[in-house]
Write a protein that binds this ligand. Structure first.
Ligand SMILES: [Zn+2]
Length: 239
């Protein structure tokens, strides 16, 4: 009897654990409130996003490719990295790209208090506003991991949560792997996740050469398939 009770408890624990992992970390989960995962599908629009920057020289290299190809993108910045690279952030905005909030120090948000989550968001908003002159309206949680209190905190600030529907897994794949993975998940309305930095690590501890190398091939292959790169803004509710 005890054995059965213990076994049931273990199974229940596994189920709850799996559910919690799904709710927090799977990009398409909406358990913690509404998030933009994918945009409208008419006309085959897709939007490119880069997280964890800015990080020299990779952000500059990505900007050069985007300029040459006339592709708009959105950069989800970490406040700490913005402080170290204000000129690079100004350049992102000057070249017509959008910036979003990716917290100040890139912590895992699950298990943190609502106050701590709000402090991470606000500190990044302050730092970004100081450099570009406005407070971003979009937020992406570090590691895509969400928690209680995050959505109400964003709502209070008039901000939208943005996840993604396609990624090149550029934190673990080489350039050909990044291209293949991105194209495999590409669908009309896709929000593509790539990285120009790594958490808030300083230059020298970041290598995004694989992403830089993959980007022209991703752009060319997506266009051959009839996709059009649009600003992420197009996927957000207007207001
Ligand atoms: Zn990140």
């Amino acid at each position: 009897m005890l054995l059965i009770a213990l076994a049931s408890l273990a199974v229940a624990g596994l189920v709850v654990g799996f559910w919690l992992w799904w709710a927090c970390a799977v990009p398409t989960s909406q358990f913690f409130g509404p998030a933009l995962i994918r945009g409208p599908q008419e006309g085959k629009p897709i939007a490119l996003t880069f997280d964890d920057g800015p990080a020299s020289p990779f952000t500059e290299q990505i900007l050069a490719i985007l300029r040459a190809e006339r592709v708009p993108a959105t950069f989800f910045l970490c406040g700490k990295s913005v402080e170290g690279n204000p000129d690079l952030v100004r350049r992102i905005v000057a070249e017509g790209h959008a910036v979003g909030n990716h917290t100040y120090s890139h912590p895992l948000l699950p298990l943190r208090s609502r106050r701590r989550i709000a402090a991470e968001i606000d500190r990044a908003q302050d730092v970004i506003e100081k450099v570009v002159g406005y407070r971003p309206r979009i937020f992406r949680p570090p590691y895509g991991a969400r928690w209680f209190g995050l959505v109400p905190t964003l709502r209070e600030r008039g901000m939208h949560m943005v996840m993604w529907s396609a990624t090149g897994y550029d934190w673990k794949k080489d350039a050909p792997g990044i291209v293949a993975a991105t194209l495999q998940e590409l669908k009309p309305g896709a929000v593509i996740l790539l990285h120009d930095g790594r958490e808030t690590r300083p230059a020298g501890q970041v290598d995004r050469s694989g992403t830089v190398q993959a980007l022209p091939d991703i752009i060319a292959a997506a266009r051959r398939r009839g996709y059009e790169f649009v600003p992420l803004e197009d996927f957000l509710p207007s207001s």
